[in-house]
Design a protein around this ligand. Sequence first.
Ligand SMILES: Nc1ncnc2c1ncn2[C@@H]1O[C@H](COP(=O)(O)OP(=O)(O)O)[C@@H](O)[C@H]1O
Ligand SMILES: [Mg+2]
Length: 283
Amino acid sequence: MEIAIKTENLTYFYDAGQEETEIPDVLDRVSLEIEKGTFVAILGHNGSGKSTLAKHMNALLLPRGGTVTAFGMDTKDEALTLEIRRRVGMVFQNPDNQIVSNVVEEDVAFAPENLGVPSDEIRRRVDEALKTVGMYEFREHAPHLLSGGQKQRVAIAGVLAMDPECIVFDEPTAMLDPSGRADVMGIIHKLRYERGTTVVLITHHMEEAALADRVVVMSDGHIVMDGTPKEIFVRVEELDELGLTVPETTRLLFELNRAGVELPLDALSVEECAKVLAERFAS
Ligand SMILES: Nc1ncnc2c1ncn2[C@@H]1O[C@H](COP(=O)(O)OP(=O)(O)O)[C@@H](O)[C@H]1O
Ligand SMILES: [Mg+2]
């Protein structure tokens, strides 16, 4: 088992400014290992520390306490920063903040150009990245005229052009409509299953987290749950207490159980849920 990202007792707090008040740690001794090639979803209420944790994964933030390694490289070693950022890409919520050029293909070429990648290799990577996200036909378009979902796909292509082994997505679908969300989730699925890219997805959409190999739940700077989607989502009441929802399928099964109809809570996909309901109610 090879580890892509490892945090050991990671502790972090933001500068408090002038005030002398005791500031609580935003991350408090977080230890997490993300296996290479897996798709891990991170859930947690607003302010629980998800984005702060994500930014440690490619050295955008450095630990105040503990260590973070990306593919064995210590993020505190400045000599490794560029290599870490190349191998661990980041996609954020707002595509407008990630697009830097006036032409789609130039935008996607931006990072590899800065890395000094030879121009024929850049051409190949840009075309491949744009095809992967389904935006090749838009390569000569102006990004600002695209829809939010299309812009986010261009932003993802820009990260793919660096040829990363791991991509951390921080609420990439939060500003998108359902069709844009589905496109981004389709790309994540393709990266995970066709390329073996390690995927970390921070999301508020439980249906997205249900597709992951593993779900990590954060609360107040701690990891409070860690398991497969089926293991996590059956803990409906605990998740409610943490201010989190569960997928609609789980909620339906949970309410049926409360109404006295005994059904397994871990029929997570719509297909599984339909099957257990059909079996239960077949006359
Ligand atoms: N740049 C910042 N400066 C000061 N405090 C911050 C900054 N970014 C986040 N915080 C605080 O750190 C805590 C965790 O934030 P964040 O990691 O963004 O959580 P999440 O992504 O789970 O919503 C919150 O209390 C937030 O207010
Ligand atoms: Mg956040």
